[in-house]
Design a binder for this molecule. Structure first.
Ligand SMILES: Cc1cc2nc3c(=O)[nH]c(=O)nc-3n(C[C@H](O)[C@H](O)[C@H](O)COP(=O)(O)O)c2cc1C
Length: 408
């Protein structure tokens, strides 16, 4: 259940990030008749409304009930009822939260960079034993203090266990206030159930190896809403960390009572996050540490960070390729679904044609397109796919242009 609410909060955080990019204010609403709306929308016991986000100007409008019942359409292949989740939802759906005055966000991110951060945000599970600057740490905390745009509020406080921040003693903090000094990385690793963030056993990289572990606590009235606010803040931590060039991962699994005891608080611990600098290349790190192990000869698993970098590269190449194409090719591409992807270190420009005519037109332009792509990446190919069931894809490598000289 914890994960359901936290995930919902993360979704709201993503909606708020999108609103920010589009210069819109947003308001989150948690206190409304969720059960009646579930019934009206025909969700049965299979989906639950958790919150509402509004953007735009409010207007007076007559409201009436739907004349017909909305039929239920299953959003998944199968459904497993869960009594615990259903009861937890029902119990917490209608409890009012604490109230506060609505205040909107005031971020001042570079919008283009922030957009890229949103597009490529990922979780990272392997952290280097490397410090982050105090400025980065404070930046993250400051952004967490920004208002949460809702009137239905549950206060969430944040404790940080600093493992490696330049100029700060390791220990348990609230903001910059040191509660107790000490190296607690073993302890926080244990509290987060010693989740191995990497399966590479010789390196033993655990959750505790982040540079800071954040614990979110609350003395909520409404558990459902407090958890969503924690998830909303969690999404903020993800985006701000990635924006500042560091990484993080949410951790929903921890020993509640022992964590509470460690933090010396009576409030409930509702979410944990670990932030730090990712390990890009495990094999390299293993070599540096002089590990010689048979695992080393296995093909390397891509980390989330590798995936982010690869996606960014693919995105930049497709953007640059599109910009260098002439108007005719750009128009043709706009009629297709197309993207750049990587397979076994070969970049592939995939063009999926909606109909045979477009397929034929694209094939007529494949030589100039290969010429342009070849100037950007030498080890690339173009794959032109006809509509599904109407033939097989045609592939051309950009370094075999001379074979197609006659087509040009
Ligand atoms: C609410 C929440 C709880 C999470 N808890 C854990 C966890 O306990 N252990 C873990 O390894 N990852 C955890 N994660 C990270 C997820 O595994 C990760 O978000 C997911 O694999 C999707 O990857 P992405 O964030 O890169 O899109 C959590 C993420 C969220 C949002």
């Amino acid at each position: 259940m914890r994960y359901c609410w936290l995930d919902s909060g993360h979704h709201l955080g993503a909606v708020a990030a999108s609103a920010y990019i589009h210069n819109r204010d947003i308001q989150l609403i948690f206190d409304f008749d969720k059960l009646a709306l579930n019934a009206d929308l025909g969700f049965e016991n299979k989906e639950f409304i958790t919150a509402c986000a509004i953007s735009g100007e409010e207007e007076a409008k007559p409201i009436r009930r739907l004349r017909l019942k909305v039929p239920f359409v299953c959003g998944t292949d199968y459904f497993e009822a869960n009594q615990f989740i259903e009861a937890g939802y029902q119990t917490t759906a209608l409890q009012p939260s604490r109230q506060q005055q609505l205040v909107h966000l005031q971020f001042d991110f570079d919008k283009e960079k922030f957009l890229q951060t949103v597009l490529y945000r990922r979780s990272v599970r392997r952290f280097q034993k490397q410090s982050i600057s105090q400025e980065t740490y404070l930046h993250i905390l400051q952004h967490l203090e920004q208002p949460i745009p809702t009137e239905n509020f549950e206060k969430v406080e944040i404790y940080s266990v600093v493992h490696r921040v330049e100029g700060m003693l390791p220990g348990l903090y609230q903001g910059m206030h040191l509660i107790k000094a000490g190296n607690f990385s073993e302890k926080t690793g244990y509290l987060c159930i010693n989740q191995a963030m990497s399966h590479d056993k010789p390196l033993r990289v655990y959750a505790r190896d982040g540079t800071v572990t954040l614990f979110f606590v609350s003395d909520y009235i409404n558990y459902q809403n407090a958890m969503q606010i924690a998830g909303f803040l969690g999404q903020r931590v993800y985006l701000i960390s990635n924006y500042l060039g560091i990484h993080c991962s949410g951790i929903g699994a921890f020993y509640d009572d022992e964590t509470q005891e460690f933090l010396e608080t009576n409030q409930d611990v509702i979410y944990t996050m670990t932030i730090g600098i990712y390990i890009r290349n495990l094999r390299e790190m293993a070599r540096k540490k002089s590990y010689s192990n048979e695992d080393d000869s296995h093909p390397m698993q891509l980390t989330s960070a590798d995936i982010i970098l690869r996606q960014q590269l693919e995105y930049s190449i497709s953007k640059y390729f599109y910009e260098t194409c002439d108007r005719t090719i750009q128009n043709l591409l706009s009629n297709c679904r197309w993207y750049v992807t990587t397979h076994a270190s070969v970049m592939i420009l995939v063009i999926e044609c909606p109909d045979q005519v477009t397929n034929w037109r694209i094939l007529q332009k494949i030589v100039p397109m290969a010429g342009l792509l070849g100037q950007i990446v030498s080890n690339a190919k173009i794959r032109v796919c006809p509509p599904e069931g109407q033939g097989i894809p045609f592939e051309m490598r950009v370094d075999e242009l001379s074979v197609y000289r006659d087509w040009a």
